[in-house]
Design a binder for this molecule. Structure first.
Ligand SMILES: [Cu+2]
Length: 172
């Protein structure tokens, strides 16, 4: 799996950060070849779906690995492009998939990975004030209880993440 290779590289970066962790109490972020590293959380495969027709909403996606030794909670998301950003959870009940708002955020245990991806749980951007279009990059800020706020420049696509299933693009 190419994704595993990316993760291994990210973990090396994380290990390096960990050694210097006592020098700073503020989570530092850096953007290296599309992989956001932070002292505690690693974010990959992030993207936003382009606004479609007159649809007032769209969705954004990200994969988050907790590389720290304490649980992290993804508390909220925000985008200047939308009136409101919420988390939506897809649940299968009696063979029917339904979408509901997850108001208490997502907990990510140490070593675990939260996947927000097309067809599954996602960040819902409601009441678009600035309609994201294919090819743009739009900032989304995620706030964690431990790692603090991290802003991701999300590439906008009509088919988000469709070609990044193996993350090869992120590895160079
Ligand atoms: Cu939704």
């Amino acid at each position: 799996m190419k994704a595993a290779a990316v993760l291994a590289l990210s973990l090396l970066a994380l290990a390096a950060c960990g050694k210097a962790e006592h020098h700073t109490t503020v989570a530092s972020t850096s953007n290296v070849n599309g992989v956001i590293t932070n002292t505690k959380v690693l974010m990959t495969d992030y993207a936003m779906r382009a606004a479609l027709g007159n649809n007032p909403n769209t969705a954004a996606y990200v994969t988050i690995k907790n590389g720290g030794d304490k649980p992290e909670k993804l508390l909220s998301a925000a985008c200047a492009c939308a009136a409101k950003a919420t988390f939506h959870e897809m649940t299968m009940k009696d063979g029917v998939m339904s979408m509901s708002e997850k108001t208490d955020g997502f907990e990510i245990k140490p070593g675990e990975t939260l996947v927000l991806a097309p067809g599954g749980n996602h960040i819902m951007l409601e009441g678009l004030t600035d309609r994201p279009a294919e090819g743009q990059t739009v900032n989304v800020t995620l706030t964690f209880d431990g790692a603090g706020p991290v802003t991701l420049g999300m590439p906008v696509s009509n088919a988000p993440l469709a070609k990044t299933g193996t993350s090869e693009d992120h590895a160079h």
